[in-house]
Design a binder for this molecule. Sequence first.
Ligand SMILES: [Zn+2]
Length: 677
Amino acid sequence: MNNPLLDTATLPSFSRILPEHVEPAVDACLADCRETIARLTEGVAVPTWETLIEPLDEVDDRLNRVWSPVGHLNAVMNSDTLRAAYNACLPKLSAYGTEVGQNESLMRAYQAVAAQEHLNPAQRKLLENALRDFHLSGVDLPTEKKARYKEITQELSRLTSTYSENLLDATNAWSKHLDDPSALAGLPESARELARQSAEQQGLSGWRFTLDLPSYLPVMTYADDQDLRRELYEAYGTRASDQGPHAGRWDNGEIMEQILALRHELARLLGFANYAERSLATKMASSPQEVMAFLADLAERSLEQARCELAQLEAFAREHHGVERLEPWDIAYYSEKLRLHRYQISQEELRPYFPISRVLTGLFGVVERLFGVRIQEVEELDTYHPHVRFFEIRDGASGSLRGQFYLDPYARANKRGGAWMDVCVNRMHTSRCDQIPVAYLVCNFSPPVGDKPSLLTHQEVQTLFHEFGHGLHHLLTTIDYPGVAGINGVPWDAVELPSQFMENWCWERASLDLFAAHWQTGEPLPDRLYTRMIAAKNFQSAMQMVRQLEFAMFDFRLHLDYDPALGGRVYDILEQVREQVAVIRPPAFHRFAHGFSHIFAGGYAAGYYSYKWAEVLSADAFSLFEERGVFDPAAGQAFRENILEKGGSEDAMVLYVRFRGRQPQTDALLRHSGIAA
Ligand SMILES: [Zn+2]
């Protein structure tokens, strides 16, 4: 069979990949992997790095090169047939993962290699992680518990995938069609045009609004019609739940209960008290107490200011708009009005200065200056959609190729919402192969409309810089072993360091001057707008801080306080957390947890706090550039060499201290957020 997925010598042949290729390719790869492991663990006298780790890395890498485009297409070009093929493979991959993790002879072979001399620090770290992961996979468990472990991981893989599908289906199922232009009052032109296009694609006149963020957010922020805002708020906040317009249709309620119960059982099997402890076994934070204290400290330092910000918003709505009581669907709307009133600046006003082509040029310019690389577009590549572009990144001095990446910038139907970076190819160097890293960068910006280019909000510019930070972590790695190269092996709570770090350059005049210019006139971002943008930067920052802390505490306590006798108590715990840190209380019908895919379908379970943890690191890292200049080459080089290039090859705190010269401090984050006491 001529299966394009198995042609892993080149980049994915996206145009040739069909759903029916998926399962046979994965089966063939898994068979190879199993055969290799069997061969390497039977009868080899004394395994070494070259005879054990390298061949294993090679077969695992092939599996990644087959599966990565499948997972990617499933996320960005979803269809029923692809989804079915993808889902059919999940249990097989999960079973294989468990099988490897529980293979005692394989673990002994790793132990034998780890006991040898002449290993470099990256090799030692990889072996140390591998031995830790054997333990976390239940290798030490008696036979019947091993079997149970396997059942649980397979079931979790299925449940989290269903959770995600429910959310996507519920998001896609709802839309609001309007024929009366008066209902659009307040909405900016870009949002109207998007809604008009959406209606047109359905063969409708008028305007169509959906629950995709580029459609949803402008309504919540600008639509004068309170009923319209309420309707969208309810539809969005009740997706995949027992409430709202599709109540019970894709309800994630029972799935969340099962996920929490199984995670708890899994943690107990491995000897942890709960899943929060299990989560921290691979993270930078050392104990649940440390995490809860970290979050509580930030909450304590932010709450008073958050209450004050809300009171100011309420007073403004009352005095200027005669609104006595702010409903949850009014918050974004009046916040935008207050922002305009106070700073005379709106996200929409900045849009014309951020056409995507200029923003990309600017982003690349910043990266080139900071890290001494060159980025350029490569034409004529086999992609899966005309919007997708392809770039390469080269060493500035030597010109050698460091990495390549796909950019898929625009929202469309059947594409998962949000923005992310994912691994297409890992960097790997063995005696038989030498490959450079390749990444996918995915965003959901508003597509170009007619002759008008895609114009980004400043928020979206930050999103792009953020994801590109993840991309650099993957692409600039110099580590030759995939397990600790790039973002691999980096603890979750440190992995957001490069991404959040890069966002800082969206706020500096020196970097904005490289790209912020009006798409029609070429006029640079005027000083009056820049000054107001900076003044508005920390608008409601304490409210945002406590909102993130609410999510982080909720996630952590769900996993820390789980009690099989009591069940998940999902909304009880959320309510308790809100008592402690929230300033805005959603209505009773709201079902936040039913759509909290970060923790129920992503990798953030008992790890959502990582965002704040890494923000402390990134703010503290940027403070070095504040001290020395935002394009200081030595600081850029230190960040590249100690953080970006090292990936997971050494302890995250050791690397950080080597870059910064000391341990991280929280002051910079609070100062950057305008919360410092
Ligand atoms: Zn991120």
